[in-house]
Design a protein around this ligand. Sequence first.
Ligand SMILES: Cc1cc2nc3c(=O)[nH]c(=O)nc-3n(C[C@H](O)[C@H](O)[C@H](O)COP(=O)(O)OP(=O)(O)OC[C@H]3O[C@@H](n4cnc5c(N)ncnc54)[C@H](O)[C@@H]3O)c2cc1C
Length: 438
Amino acid sequence: MKLAVVGAGIAGLTAAFRLQQAGHQVEVFEAQAAAGGRMASRSVDGFQLDLGVHMLLDNYDRTRALLDELGLADQWFVIEAGEGGVLRDHQLLSFSPKRAFDVLRFAGIDLGGRIRLFIELARARRWRDDLDFFDLSVGDDELDQENCEHFSRRRMGDEATNYVVDSFIRTFHFHGAGKMSMKYFEALAALLVTRGEFVPCALRGHMGVLPDALAARLQVRYATPVTAVVGTQNGAELRWRDGQAHYDAIVVASTAGAARGLLQAPSPAQADLLAHATSSSTIVCSFAVPVEIAGDFEGIWVPFTESEIICALSNETCKGSSDGARCVFSVFLHEEAAGRWLQRADQEITNSVAQELGRLFPRYAEHLDPLFVQRWPQALPVYGVGQVTRVKAFWERGQGERNVWLCGDYLNHPWVEGAVRCGEKVAARIAAMHPSTP
Ligand SMILES: Cc1cc2nc3c(=O)[nH]c(=O)nc-3n(C[C@H](O)[C@H](O)[C@H](O)COP(=O)(O)OP(=O)(O)OC[C@H]3O[C@@H](n4cnc5c(N)ncnc54)[C@H](O)[C@@H]3O)c2cc1C
């Protein structure tokens, strides 16, 4: 089969790689000049910066398998330096929850909140074999009926909600818990209590090494934004600014927002899915900071009650982003602020972020040297109430219609591990329908 993949993010590259391995002829189209999408890295002022993905977990099994296959196993390491913490009343309170039990030790919330949070996490043990955080389609749809914030306030109270549940979701998704389905929370809790630990890991050459290695093994057309994908019963057509071509099937591995604009004749199921898919936005600002004032922490969650601008801060020294004299701080914005600031000039953004950082952490004021601003209008999919069930139904009815396959983290496959698994799932389904003839 002759196949095209739109998007050289980790999901599209994984799908393309697996399809090529299955004997198909695959061509990848990427709008940007480089591969990686939200998993890209870039060199700025002598520092390697991760523009999107900042951290992996040791239970990213398929991601690790891919690294092994590509001869990159030695790139993987566990982030050991530094501490994690939550900001409360200008104080950094130590919090690196690796297992459910750790929440009992968190001094940032009252004891009642800690106990209720622990009980909820422990109860997730019952979902051990029924939920899969990296594939939210697995398991009971009844869990997809309440949003995480309602559930959390009702069962765990305001302290645990504001300083742990909402804060966690904002750190990793940039939007509040009110937009997240309970199924996500239960699957995450099940992952925590049954798969052992939440152990942050990274890649020595920074995140871009994985997509770059995949892209090097594929035929990729860079700086070629696809303008239209037209599915038919006899294959599908792909158009870009100065060309078009016919393929047996096309995998659209962009964000849902971009796919919505690309599909010219979507099936009703594809149109319905994409019409309901939403995402959060964020802006990542990177600063160089003198090491002597940087402090020894790895990541800070900033609850919305503490700042309506900054949701998280990470010291990239633990990933090697330091030249001995300076290190890199990456600052992530809540979607509320990012949504308002996406159109602002870089300098205006870094000035406002530096001012807010100075308010929250006075010791850093005057020491923040702006390095880079990365805007993500579609940063993370919203795994919202109802959408999780809709996506699950799409996998059963709608996926691959008119020879167009949708692929990406928004298809109930959170984070890098989810995106890898989604790419593999799409490739396996295509390969099963069209076994290649040697
Ligand atoms: C700031 C931030 C921090 C994150 N942190 C983490 C983290 O720490 N750990 C983690 O596991 N995950 C993290 N994630 C989530 C993770 O980045 C995503 O889940 C994953 O990278 C999604 O991959 P994807 O291939 O589905 O999409 P993408 O990476 O978005 O890939 C889509 C690709 O399609 C291309 N494209 C779009 N339109 C077109 C077109 N018309 N023609 C051709 N190409 C097109 C894009 O340029 C892009 O390369 C983070 C995301 C962000 C934004």
